[in-house]
Design a protein around this ligand. Structure first.
Ligand SMILES: NC(=O)c1ccc[n+]([C@@H]2O[C@H](COP(=O)([O-])OP(=O)(O)OC[C@H]3O[C@@H](n4cnc5c(N)ncnc54)[C@H](O)[C@@H]3O)[C@@H](O)[C@H]2O)c1
Length: 386
C-alpha cells in the first residue's frame, strides 16, 4: 500500500471524519461513505474547515489540494476501487457484519478491510466475509488527527503477512502503531478500566470524594485528568458502555465489573460535560467541589488505583496481548498516561505493587483484586518486568 492506494472510509461521524482527514493529509484519495446525507454534509464541512484552519496556522501548505482528494458518497458501490477500507460506523456487530459482507463482494481480492471498532471482536466481524484473511482491526483514538496511537489487531483468520504492511502504512500516516491480540478492549480499553472503576469504588465506599480522588490522580500521580473529570469528558454513554462490554466479553470477570454510580448517571441522562451534568455539575455558576489535599489519603488513593492498573498491564503481558514496548506505547500515547505502567511497576517495585493488591484481596476477598501471576513471579526477589 502506498499513496496511490485509494482509501475508503465507511461512516462519517467523529471517527470516520478524523481518519479520513489523516489519510488525505498523508496523500491518499479518500472516499467517505455514509448512509446519512446530513452526516456527510457535516463531515465535509468540518474536514474542510479544519484543513483551512491548519493552513492558516501554518501547519499545512496545501489545504485546497488535500480537500480535492475527497469524494463523499452515499452508495457503497463507490468503494469498489479502494485498496483499503476502514469502517467506522455504529458499534453494532450485526450492522458491521452486513457492511463487511457487502463490501467484500464489491472490492478487489487484494483490498484490505479494516474496522475501527472499540469493543467488538475483529474475528467475529471477519467471519462475515468469505475471505476473512484480509480483515483486521485498525483502532484509532479520538480525535484521530491528534492522537498518535493506532492499535493494529489481527483477527485469528487474518493473514499474518498483512500486519507488517498495515503497520508500515500507519507509520506513513504519522501514527504510532502497536499490535494487539484480538481480545476484549484490545490494549488501551482493557488496561485503563481500573482508572475509572477503582476510582468509583473508592468514591462509593466513601473513602474520598470525587474532587479528592481527581486531585490525587493528577497532582500526586501526574495523570492529565482525574478519573471523574475524564469520565464526564468522554461521556457516560461511551465510557460506561465500553466497561459493560469489556465485562461481558471477559465472561463476567469481576476485575472489569461496572459500577452502579455510573450506570445511574447514564439512566438519568447525565452524560457528562455534553449534557451539563455528570459526576460534576457544569451549569453556569455551579461551584466545583474542593479537594481534600491530604497527601497521606491522596497517596493511598493513587497507590490503590495504580496497583490495579499495573496489574492489568502485567496480566496483558502475561497473556501475550502485546509486547512490552507496545503496551507502554499504548498507554502513554492512547490515553496519555505520564509513564508506561510496566516502567512504573519497575520503579515502584513489583513487591510493593503485589503487597497492595494482596492487601486489598485480604480485605475484600473479591476476585477483582487477584494479582496477575506475572506480578507475583516478578515480586519474588523484586525482579523488573523487562
Ligand atoms: N468516538 C470515539 O471516541 C471512538 C474511538 C475509537 C473508536 N470508535 C469506534 O468508531 C466507530 C464509529 O464511532 P463514532 O464515534 O465515529 O460514531 P458516530 O455515531 O459519530 O458516527 C457513525 C456514523 O456511521 C454512519 N453509519 C451508521 N451505519 C452505517 C452504514 N451501515 N453505512 C454507512 N454509514 C453508516 C452514521 O450515519 C454516522 O454518521 C464505532 O465502531 C466506535 O466504537 C469510537
Amino acid at each position: 500500500m502506498d499513496k496511490n492506494t485509494i482509501v475508503g472510509i465507511i461512516g462519517s461521524g467523529a471517527m470516520g471524519a478524523g481518519i479520513a482527514q489523516v489519510a488525505a493529509v498523508a496523500g491518499h484519495n479518500v472516499i467517505v461513505l455514509d448512509l446519512n446525507a446530513d452526516a456527510l454534509v457535516k463531515a465535509k464541512k468540518s474536514i474542510s474547515g479544519t484543513l483551512v484552519k491548519l493552513q492558516e496556522k501554518g501547519k499545512l501548505a496545501n489545504a485546497d489540494e488535500i480537500i480535492a482528494r475527497f469524494t463523499f458518497a452515499d452508495d457503497i458501490s463507490a468503494l469498489k476501487d479502494c485498496g483499503l477500507v476502514i469502517e467506522a460506523i455504529v458499534e453494532k456487530l450485526e450492522v458491521k457484519k452486513s457492511v463487511f459482507a457487502q463490501l467484500e463482494a464489491l472490492v478487489s481480492d487484494t483490498c484490505i478491510l479494516a474496522s475501527n471498532t472499540s469493543s467488538l471482536s475483529i474475528t467475529s466481524i471477519a467471519a462475515a466475509c468469505a475471505n476473512p484473511s484480509r480483515v483486521m482491526g485498525l483502532h484509532f483514538f479520538n480525535p484521530a488527527p491528534l492522537m498518535a496511537l493506532v492499535e493494529v489487531i489481527p483477527a485469528i483468520q487474518t493473514d499474518a503477512a498483512l500486519i507488517g504492511p498495515a503497520t508500515e502504512l500507519m507509520k506513513q500516516w504519522g501514527k504510532l502503531p502497536v499490535v494487539a491480540k484480538d481480545t476484549p478492549g484490545f490494549i488501551v480499553n482493557r488496561i485503563a478500566r481500573p482508572f475509572y472503576s477503582e476510582a468509583i469504588r473508592i468514591y462509593e465506599e466513601g473513602i474520598a470524594d470525587m474532587a479528592t480522588i481527581d486531585w490525587a490522580m493528577t497532582e500526586l500521580g501526574g495523570f492529565r485528568m482525574g478519573p471523574f473529570t475524564l469520565m464526564d469528558y468522554i461521556g457516560h454513554d461511551v465510557n460506561y458502555v465500553v466497561t459493560e462490554t469489556v465485562f461481558q466479553s471477559f465472561f463476567y470477570d469481576p476485575r472489569y465489573k461496572p459500577s452502579f454510580s455510573q450506570k445511574r448517571l447514564l439512566e438519568a441522562g447525565w452524560l457528562g460535560r455534553k449534557t451539563g451534568k455528570g459526576f460534576y455539575n457544569y451549569a453556569e455558576g455551579a461551584a466545583m467541589p474542593e479537594a481534600n489535599k491530604d497527601t497521606i489519603l491522596g497517596t493511598q488513593i493513587l497507590e490503590r488505583v495504580l496497583a490495579m492498573l499495573i496489574n492489568e498491564a502485567a496480566d496483558a503481558l502475561h497473556l501475550n496481548v502485546a509486547s512490552v514496548a507496545d503496551l507502554e506505547t499504548a498507554m502513554t500515547k492512547g490515553v496519555n498516561y505520564p509513564k508506561g505502567l510496566l516502567q512504573w511497576c519497575n520503579e515502584w517495585g513489583a513487591d510493593k505493587c503485589l503487597e497492595k493488591l494482596d492487601g486489598l484481596y485480604n480485605d475484600y476477598h473479591e476476585d477483582r483484586y487477584r494479582a496477575s501471576v506475572l506480578l507475583r513471579k516478578q515480586a519474588i526477589g523484586n525482579k523488573k518486568i523487562v
